[in-house]
Design a protein around this ligand. Sequence first.
Ligand SMILES: *Cc1c(COP(=O)(O)O)cnc(C)c1O
Length: 451
Amino acid sequence: MDLQHWLNEALANHEKWTADYGTFTPHSSLQVDPTVFGSALAELQDRLRDNYPFFHPRYAGQMLKPPHPAAVVGYLSAMLINPNNHALDGGPATATMEREIISDLAQMFGYSTQHLGHLTSSGTIANLEALFVARSLHPTQGIAYSAEAHYTHSRMCGVLNMEGHAVQADNRGRMDLDALETLLKTGKVGTVVVTPGTTALGAIEPVHEVRELTRRYDARVHVDGAYGGFFTLLAGTDLPAAPWQAIADCDSVVVDPHKHGLQPYGCGAVLFKDPEVGRFYLHDSPYTYFTSDELHLGEISLECSRAGAAAAGLWLTLRLLPLTRDGLGEVLAAGRRAAVRWSEMIRESDSLELYQEPELDIVTYFPRTDPRTLSAIDAASHRVMDTGMNAPEDPIFLSVARASRAAFEARHPGITADADGARVLRSVLMKPESEDYLDTLHARVLSLLAR
Ligand SMILES: *Cc1c(COP(=O)(O)O)cnc(C)c1O
């Protein structure tokens, strides 16, 4: 895709729009010397070289990749105007786009046309809002989440002064339902957080079973789909349908367009099934909400200023890659296929072992060592990551995750547990290009191990 062309197009259109308002002289305080600009920019570009090549399939580490060109062009187009989606006073166009996006997301999750939602700056803020609403509805009860849930939940329970209960995980890294039921019986839990796609292992927690269970104990369910939410598009084809179908019956859901939605950072989303929870956000603002009697997004969110450009970037992206199996779904499906195939190659290899079966697009694995001890595995995993990223000619970039001794033993009973845990290799295959690059990547990991 010709980014240069579309950027030029965006700039030309912006100039046309500004020309409608007539010319004026920019203030001298804002003028900069083009030579100084040139050298400062060169310095910036040089400093930015100190980065990992997230765009390239030789980067198979953390959950990172650049935005789609459509997101860049959409974001830039709006950023030149710099609307603030806090209120319609801050720019009606991108606020309307945000509402259209939220309606698309609601449809993807199976929510009815009656719902409440908005974009946020991140998954952290989106989850904070869901827990804030949970507290408003059940002020005397706490929150349950699995031990494998994102650490934001226990942190935000602290921020909200609520009791957080970590529920033990099973040997696939999912919330243990018997442990959850024991906890629900105490009556201490008002809302259960369930994660279809955990951040470390990509494990799919059983949203449908958690929903069933919580009904018996009058607890609400919040779905943390920051990473896994967009896999809804593959539910029932490449993935089991039930966990994602059950989101429609849950009270709230979070998804991060800046993870699997091809957006630059600064784009999360939270949706509530019951629009009535908007009452908990009730506040007045002496400065805003004056241009229109329609709902201003700031009236239903905890954040104030928020980039309208984030909505524009996502809106344009979804026009080109809609929330369908063949649209954005195909991007996720390629990563998923890559994860499945790589896990097969790892299983057949003499020098690698799978830590656990990938359920989405995250592969966890470790070198076969002699002796087969946690300390040897830990050192070998780290060595592969380190030598891979520091190989000047042909680098590859992997990441590691720490597995506790108990988690390791549950998956690999034969292991000699001579330490508290071990780092294992972890690759998030979230770029569709990973699929075609897999043979090269695998061969490269093997060659590092052969050294
Ligand atoms: C990434 C992630 C978060 C935190 O979201 P940010 O956008 O990084 O703030 C929360 N929950 C899960 C499951 C995540 O993967």
